[in-house]
Design a protein around this ligand. Structure first.
Ligand code: SF4
Length: 85
């Protein structure tokens, strides 16, 4: 996975024990998430450095995941961005 840590960098984590392979996240954030050969989601690039647009796509993916398998973190601060705790 490509790494980058710009000002807007985020990290997305996939809980593959929860993922059911619906593919919703790959539609919302195609540059960041895709379905792997096992049919479950995986990060394309762990760090998104394209700023607000990518972050928004990932935040949307987190919201749309039907089983809450996605979590978005700040790459810089390590704090959780979404879903809200
Ligand atoms: S939206 Fe959730 S359940 Fe569907 S593929 Fe992505 S992580 Fe898996």
């Amino acid at each position: 996975m490509t790494a980058g840590a710009g000002a807007d960098a985020v990290v997305v984590r996939v809980d593959r024990d929860r993922c059911i392979g619906s593919g919703m996240c790959a539609l919302s954030a195609p540059g960041s998430l895709a379905l792997g050969t096992d049919g479950l989601a995986e990060p394309v690039a762990e760090y998104g450095t394209d700023g607000a647009e990518l972050t928004m796509g990932l935040a949307e993916a987190v919201d749309f995941c039907p089983v809450e398998a996605l979590t978005l973190y700040s790459a810089r601060g390590g704090y959780r961005i979404a879903p809200a705790e």
